[in-house]
Design a protein around this ligand. Structure first.
Ligand code: SF4
Length: 242
């Protein structure tokens, strides 16, 4: 199949977002994820594309024409999801075209990708927004068997490709203190990288998810403690989202 004919399954496009990386950005939410996190606030994007999902499939030309429309008002695009890196071949091609418009290209990822499959995409991606779900017992929170993503994070940090690292804070499911320590030790050398600590919340969750997270939301005091912990290890740029 010609590259021009490959399509990207898109669940939603948000024309203007200022929470998906620096500046005003068009956010593209792909359909399909390799995880199934208990707190996922985009649960409708998890299922891989099939007849039951409601994605729209865009060729590169079609998506580019939408991006061009918003071009004068944005700094760039962020591809989120779902898991954007499942579509690395398409994105490599798309980003090549988007950069010709003078726009930057970001990826929001859960970090669980095969580096070999990302060989062409990483160099053309300006920045990654990188989730660290936790350091152990990840099956409990992501409900999938997986390996740790710290190696991928370190690889991208060395290339200066990470704008922010995010950890969704939920008690019991993950060891929050150890997670924050491990991430902070890696980030303290990188002054520009933001470490975002996001308190798990109920908005956008299904009823079943609400039941699963209920009772495990960290208190304000616990969040402040985690923020101070990261700072005490040397992270310059810590942000708590309550
Ligand atoms: S990695 Fe992100 S999109 Fe995928 S299930 Fe987890 S929170 Fe949802």
């Amino acid at each position: 199949m010609e590259i021009q004919e490959i399509t990207l399954p898109v669940n939603e496009i948000i024309p203007f977002s200022n929470v998906d990386g620096r500046g005003n950005r068009t956010s593209i939410f792909v359909q399909g994820c390799n995880l199934n996190c208990v707190y996922c606030h985009n649960p409708e994007t998890i299922k891989l594309p099939c007849e039951e999902t409601q994605e729209t499939n865009y060729t590169i030309k079609e998506l580019l024409s939408i991006i061009k429309k918003y071009g004068p008002y944005i700094r760039g695009i962020t591809v989120s999801g779902g898991e954007a890196t499942l579509y690395s071949t398409y994105l490599t091609q798309l980003f090549g075209e988007v950069k010709k418009l003078g726009l930057t290209c970001y990826i929001d990822t859960n970090g669980l990708f095969n580096l070999e499959k990302m060989e062409a995409l990483i160099p053309i991606t300006d920045k990654f927004l990188f989730d660290i779900k936790g350091i152990n017992n990840l099956e409990k929170v992501t409900r999938k068997k997986q390996v740790n993503s710290f190696d991928n994070l370190e690889y991208l940090l060395k290339l200066n490709k990470v704008e922010e690292v995010r950890t969704v804070c939920i008690n019991e499911y993950i060891d929050l203190e150890s997670t924050v320590k491990e991430v902070s030790m890696r980030l303290r050398k990188y002054d520009d990288v933001i470490y975002k600590l996001i308190r798990v919340h109920h908005r956008g969750l299904t009823l079943n998810q609400k039941e699963l997270v209920q009772g495990f939301v960290p208190s304000t005091k616990e969040m402040v403690h985690l923020e101070n912990l990261a700072k005490s290890i040397g992270v310059k740029n810590v942000m708590s989202i309550f």
